[in-house]
Design a protein around this ligand. Sequence first.
Ligand SMILES: [Zn+2]
Length: 319
Amino acid sequence: MTNLKRLWRRRKIFIVAFIAAVGSFVVGVTLPLNLRAIVPGAASQAQVVNPSTPLMTPHIQSAENQPSSNVNLVKQAIGDRVEFSTQAIVQLQESRFVSSIPSQFQGTTLSHAKLDSRHKAIALTFDDGPWPTTTVQILDLLKKNNIKATFFWVGIYLQTYPELGKQVAAAGHAIGNHTWNHQYIKYNEEGAASEIDRTTSLIEELTGIRTSIFRPPGGILNNGLAAYAQKKNYTVVMWSADSLDWRTATQSLMENVMRQANSGGIVLMHDGGGNRSRTVEALPDIIAQFRKEGYTFVTVPELLKMQEQDLKHQETAQK
Ligand SMILES: [Zn+2]
């Protein structure tokens, strides 16, 4: 009897231990699955993480053997995919919207926006890129300061550095057309069309953005380019504050900008077309100074939308 009792007790211990082991295994398997079902995006994260962590692999395999979990995972995957597509469409629509211009400014030439006194806003613009090194340096500075700017691209440089262009657009900056070849010569209509149309097409092809702002090289308004751009309903965007960054030292670059700056202003700088290290060097101080004076940074299309809203506001106030 005592032998039998001892045997039974041993067996009981074994059964309890077995149940405990099975129980902890089941909890170990199902808990992460439940978490994955509850936490949005956790399923895709788990799939990314697990292949490199062998300890977790059995969990994944047993998950695939359970039909109900499988259904949940499939539902989750479909949900993720639908959400991803929706986001992509919204992003595409937003990127097209980034460079859209209120109709009252289409086909006009302007160098600044007229804002009412409630607003203190300024648009930083960078010409002649995309350009190796300096474009990315400027992108980093803008990102660090949470600023959206406007880039006027030269077609041949965009063709040479398409990935840089995509990077600028992906960061949410506004994009403008700055001709294909950036030359200071006279154009007939056919020549102007080629300079402007080709650049706009490449911008759209690479970024999905259909730009409607144009800046003539050298700010020349009477050589056929601006006339063609206006005819095609572009807004010809000049500037109200010239950094002269292509010829001045870092310190005077900042003084140039700040001396000419006012609300509604458009600041001309360069991220490409030559050595722009001085612009990169001066930019943090320029940003800091504007911030100190209470300016908000906007893109050129945003600046024009602000003027449009201010006008509507004034009109309703007068009524
Ligand atoms: Zn230029």
